[in-house]
Design a protein around this ligand. Structure first.
Ligand SMILES: [Zn+2]
Length: 301
């Protein structure tokens, strides 16, 4: 059986209705989902542990076999390192400028002390919200750094799901051209990073997509799903409620894309939908490689 882990990012404070809508959507396919929930928000002092309605929604999804893990702190792009560079360049020129213009403040914000303190807040908030110590983590914006992994190790995390195995789906969703390749520097297979198991994200095929891109995105998914099969890797999908809704593009286009993808996966008969915890239970015992450090001095910029 081919393991598929459906994950969803960005649900946060005062969004229990969104979580329950997502849950209802996945229940029609009987798919368990791993939700990555943002603990704090900039625009309110309220945090997820003070949101009793969200806690009740968490109980509902857990009763049906889904689960939740912490996603970032406040979801600032610089919280855990610098975002995936092509993502930052494609999605937000302002983010690139902010990094150039405020470099020293950003570096101070990303120092080991600041990052450890931030992760400490995430862990205590998550325990208060969910009643469990977090085992897995996903940063926002694909941001990462060695300090992030040091903080994850310090707080006894076991796995992360941070890196983009391919940038193609994101680029295609934004209407940009894409070479449709798997990034060999990340790859599709789980691997070790600073003692944690990293589960690379294949992509999000319904991220604020236009309707005229739907067929291309579904075909891209099928092609990249085959790439997972070819190397024996699990498939980690990552969608977002705001991306599914696509309110600024073609409303609901993300739901339409994933409806077709989920039906196609179910019709195959060889797919096992798993949570990230189930995935980790299976993969943690395997001997996984840790990538070597390679300084890119030979790159022709
Ligand atoms: Zn996010």
């Amino acid at each position: 059986m081919i393991q598929v882990a459906v994950t969803d990012d960005d649900v946060s404070v005062d969004q229990s209705d969104i979580l329950l809508k997502l849950h209802e959507f996945h229940q029609q396919f009987e798919i368990p989902v791993s939700y990555f929930i943002v603990p704090f928000q900039n625009n309110t002092e309220k945090s997820i542990s003070q949101d009793t309605t969200l806690q009740k929604a968490l109980d509902v999804i857990r009763n049906d076999g889904s689960e939740a893990h912490p996603h970032s702190h406040r979801h600032h792009p610089f919280e855990w390192g610098y975002p995936e560079i092509s993502g930052a360049m494609e999605f937000s020129n302002g983010l690139c400028k902010a990094f150039a213009d405020h470099r020293f403040a950003v570096e101070e914000y990303q120092s080991k002390d600041r990052m450890f303190a931030r992760m400490g807040e995430v862990v205590s908030e998550w325990e208060a919200f969910s009643g469990e110590k977090p085992r897995g983590f996903r940063p926002g914006w694909g941001s990462f750094s060695s300090n992030l992994y040091a903080a994850l190790a310090e707080f006894n995390y076991e796995w992360s799901s941070t890196r983009f195995a391919s940038r193609s789906s994101w680029h295609r969703c934004m209407g940009h051209p894409s070479e449709d390749v798997i990034n060999e520097r990340v790859g599709l297979m789980p691997y070790m990073q600073n003692g944690l198991v990293e589960y690379p994200i294949l992509g999000d095929f319904g991220f604020h997509a236009n309707n005229d891109a739907q067929e291309g995105l579904i075909n891209l998914f099928k092609q990249q799903f085959q790439a997972c099969i070819d190397v024996g890797a699990p498939c980690v999908l990552c969608h977002h409620p705001h991306g599914l809704e696509a309110v600024n593009n073609d409303p609901g286009s993300g739901y339409a894309i994933y409806t077709e993808i989920f039906q196609w996966l179910q019709d195959r008969g060889d797919v096992e939908f798993v949570t990230m915890s189930q995935l980790h239970n299976d993969w943690q015992a395997k001997a996984l490689p840790e990538p070597a450090l390679v300084f890119p001095e030979d790159y022709n910029y």
